[in-house]
Design a protein around this ligand. Structure first.
Ligand SMILES: Cc1cc2nc3c(=O)[nH]c(=O)nc-3n(C[C@H](O)[C@H](O)[C@H](O)COP(=O)(O)O)c2cc1C
Length: 321
């Protein structure tokens, strides 16, 4: 007699499709530092130590964030398939273990966020000089909170200028380190077809000295004029409560929740993690938002045309058998 009980874990087809969504998560320098493994009772997300960015991410915090963002995509994929995941965070190589909860149809929000996984991308082009819908900051803050994160919007010209100065100082310090520059060049690629790193199109133009918020220089072509004319950029500092390995993974989940929500609202996002990569500049950033916990990222939101997407490695390469 065949049993009609619900299978213990997701089918191979659902697993592979979910990994196909997971890999579209953002990751530091598009390094895709993740692997996925189907287990007897669920799925492991593993940190790929081999891809560690020794110069810009020596302790692996941002690699863990990237894995957290990928795990968030997995959760949405499983929810969209009607078998939502439960999960626990791990401190070792397995950074998240997920297993199926009771079957449940996806909520409208899960459906929408799942739909945005392959549409979301990082904007390194200019933002339009127009105000965002006033309801957006609260919706993004809610998205962060749902995953245990916080989002502090920077209010007023003075505070935005101070934040910009911290980003500029952090970026200059990083660029003074030859190992950092070598690593950045290795991940910035002129070949748009490379399946990892940041291609020429996605890199955007080289940062202009007059730009308020100093973008990381991924080797894009130089330009004479700063085309980003926005006078009132919408800038927020993002973090979670605490700063250990678990919190880094949680930060990645909350970050991806915010980014997909922004995409769902038609809002583009840019990321500036340079100030979080050194203790001193991270402290300055924390002081600006009066925070108790170290920030994980500076985000900018606004309206912008779709720019070039980055590529991903084939899904099969991300799966451990
Ligand atoms: C932890 C983390 C830090 C990042 N820091 C930056 C940054 O400082 N500057 C930047 O332009 N993009 C940053 N990104 C975005 C990645 O470069 C981007 O996600 C990756 O290239 C994949 O492209 P996509 O987001 O368009 O899919 C960061 C992403 C993560 C997850």
């Amino acid at each position: 007699m065949t049993s009609m009980t619900t299978p213990r874990t997701w089918s191979p087809e659902v697993f592979t499709a979910a990994v196909g969504d997971a890999v579209w998560a953002p990751s530091i320098h598009n390094s895709q530092p993740w692997r996925f493994r189907s287990t007897a009772d669920g799925v492991d997300v593993l940190l790929d130590e081999a891809g560690r960015l020794a110069a810009c991410d020596p302790d692996g915090r941002m690699a863990r964030m990237s894995c957290g963002a990928a795990a968030y995509n997995l959760r949405l994929a499983f929810a969209a398939a009607g078998r939502p995941a439960q999960f626990r965070l791990g401190g070792g190589r397995v950074v998240v273990h997920l297993w199926p909860g009771p079957p449940h149809p996806p909520t409208p929000l899960e459906r929408r966020l799942h739909w945005q996984i392959r549409r979301r991308h990082t904007n390194r082009g200019p933002f339009a000089d127009c105000r965002i819908d006033p309801s957006v900051p609260a919706q993004l803050t809610d998205a962060a909170r749902r995953e245990g994160g916080w989002l502090a919007f920077i209010e007023g010209k003075q505070a935005i200028t101070s934040t910009a100065e911290v980003i500029r100082a952090a970026d200059a310090r990083l660029r003074a380190d030859p190992a950092y520059v070598r690593e950045l060049r290795a991940w910035s690629t002129a070949a748009d077809e490379r399946v990892e790193g940041i291609g020429r199109g996605a890199a955007g133009a080289a940062p202009h000295p007059a730009e308020l918020l100093t973008r990381r220089d991924f080797g894009g072509p130089g330009h004479d004029m700063n085309r980003d004319v926005a006078h009132d950029p919408v800038v927020a500092v993002f973090g979670v409560l605490g700063d250990g390995p678990h919190e880094a993974v949680q930060a990645g989940m909350a970050l991806q929740g915010v980014l997909l929500t922004a995409a769902d609202l038609g809002v583009a996002a840019a990321m500036y993690s340079q100030p979080t990569e050194m203790a001193e500049t991270r402290g300055w950033l924390r002081d600006i938002v009066g925070g108790l916990h170290d920030p994980q990222m500076v985000l900018r939101f606004g309206y912008a045309p779709t720019t070039c997407y980055t590529n991903r490695r084939p899904v099969a390469d991300a799966i451990l058998l």
